[in-house]
Write a protein that binds this ligand. Structure first.
Ligand SMILES: Cc1cc2nc3c(=O)[nH]c(=O)nc-3n(C[C@H](O)[C@H](O)[C@H](O)COP(=O)(O)OP(=O)(O)OC[C@H]3O[C@@H](n4cnc5c(N)ncnc54)[C@H](O)[C@@H]3O)c2cc1C
Length: 434
């Protein structure tokens, strides 16, 4: 049975979160608006404000809810997490306040899944406690979305692995205490067995940040948060591999699915906020003698946004439900993969449409930096590229369905009406007789 109701006890928690995010996390957004400020452990003023908020979230039992109890979190499951993330998505700071910020969430997940007891104690413990920040270093300058052409390699020398090569767009590397680096360990192996994952402490000699690449929203082009890194014979002990040799691809995949769906959940929250702004403006401003909301084209923007957002939200919730079913052993592993891809593809376009329409309804005020909409709108492509470009997911989804499709038997498609009618008349030759 499909049931969309929310238990009253859980609704009470959501209500608490909603008030807390609006009152406290959105205040953090205003007090500390600099891009990337959430991840900077050296930002003393921001950290001073952050700590009591994180403590309050922990007291409420709402800290790091993306992880199940077997991985050290409270484990509400993905459907409940989706509802929580819709609220968290309203604010830039909220994911850090609730211990659910990317890339730390995914990194914590794979450390919990594949880490040794020592790795968990040294890296996962402080990461889960929100004491440190981490980095996921996978994309390469010459081979972004195509791991087939990755060249950053790790070779074994005695009791050490030696990492050599370059990585691109390693977010938060400048703030991280450790980096998870994927490197080729067996170049002749098939793609899925070619690479291994390493935990590399940030103070290991040989890690050279060539540039901190900036994106839209950053103020200084040479002082962004996405590092172009060169690993110059970076040496780590053998026990700093995460998983077994050749399992890097599998380890990376384990974190990317979660990252994509969590971004999608938070996108619902941000779009809801944009929609609220659109509605407020529509009933606040007049032009041509009537409220904006009385103009039909503004009504169309509102209606289209409501419908698109509801469709997207249902897709996200269904995907979350599928992941919960897999966790419970009622669906097979990998069953949600196509749906996660659908969320990834839909996320960027729904976000661009809803935020773009809200901006338009606000006119010049919308494009100004007096409102958050222009900055959000510009972030659309970042959302589309992070965790793999939209087009790659679109193509993957289509290919998965094409694989199942069968060619038509004859010259015409199987739904060709004259052919089908002829067949129907063969079955019932007298059907049309009076
Ligand atoms: C804000 C942000 C944060 C990021 N953080 C990290 C991070 O922390 N760690 C990390 O390792 N990486 C990170 N990335 C990198 C991200 O994973 C890559 O941007 C992404 O995989 C695409 O690689 P690329 O940018 O090199 O684009 P390319 O691979 O060059 O792709 C460019 C375009 O080519 C087309 N294309 C490429 N491949 C396919 C395909 N298979 N099918 C169809 N079309 C295709 C698409 O149109 C695509 O948009 C981040 C990116 C952004 C924007």
């Amino acid at each position: 049975m499909i049931d969309f109701s929310i238990e009253p006890e859980f609704q009470a928690r959501l209500d608490w979160m909603d008030t807390f995010v609006r009152e406290e996390c959105e205040t953090m957004d205003l007090l500390f608006p600099e891009q990337g400020a959430q991840f900077d452990p050296g930002y003393k003023a921001a950290r001073r404000h952050l700590k009591p908020l994180q403590d309050e979230v922990k007291k409420q039992g709402l800290w790091a809810c993306h992880l199940g109890p077997h991985l050290g979190g409270p484990g509400y499951g993905q459907v409940k997490l989706a509802l929580m993330n819709e609220i968290i998505g309203r604010s830039n700071w909220a994911p850090v306040v609730f211990g659910t910020a990317a890339p730390d969430t995914g990194n914590a997940e794979i450390l919990a899944l594949f880490g040794t007891p020592e790795q968990k104690e040294k890296y996962l413990g402080p990461l889960m406690a929100g004491e440190i920040v981490s980095c996921f270093s996978m994309t390469e300058p010459q081979g972004g979305a195509d791991p087939d052409v990755f060249t950053c390699k790790a070779t074994r020398e005695g009791d050490e692995w030696v990492i050599e090569g370059e990585k691109w767009f390693s977010s938060n590397a400048r703030f991280a205490s450790f980096l998870l680096v994927i490197a080729v360990t067996d170049p002749d192996a098939p793609l899925t067995e070619r690479m291994s994952m390493f935990v590399v402490p940030a103070d290991t000699p040989g890690i050279e940040i060539l540039r901190n690449v900036a994106i839209v929203g950053d103020t200084d082009p040479d002082n962004g948060h996405h590092a172009h890194i060169r690993y110059n014979k970076v040496r780590v002990p053998l026990d700093h591999m995460l998983g077994n040799p050749g399992e890097g691809f599998k380890v990376a995949q384990a974190r990317l699915g979660g990252g994509r769906i969590h971004h999608a959940m938070r996108t619902v929250g941000m779009c809801n906020r944009a929609l609220d702004m659109m509605l407020e403006r529509a009933v606040s401003r007049q032009t041509k003698g009537k409220m904006l909301g009385e103009h039909q084209l503004v009504q169309a923007k509102i209606a289209d946004s409501i419908i698109e957002l509801e469709q997207f939200r249902l897709l996200v919730l269904k995907t979350a439900w599928m992941i919960d079913e897999i966790e419970a052993g009622r669906m097979k592993h990998g069953a949600a993969r196509k749906h996660i891809g659908m969320c990834k593809v839909a996320m960027a376009s729904v976000y661009a449409n809803v935020v773009g329409r809200a901006l338009e309804v606000h006119g010049s005020l919308g494009i100004s930096l007096d409102m958050p909409l222009a900055k959000w709108y510009a972030g659309n492509m970042a959302l589309a590229f992070a965790d793999g470009p939209t087009d790659a997911h679109r193509s993957q989804l289509a290919r998965a369905y094409l694989k199942r499709a069968k060619p038509a038997d004859g010259m015409f498609p199987s739904e060709h009406i004259p052919t089908r009618t002829a067949k129907a008349l063969e079955r019932y030759p007298d059907a049309r007789e009076a």
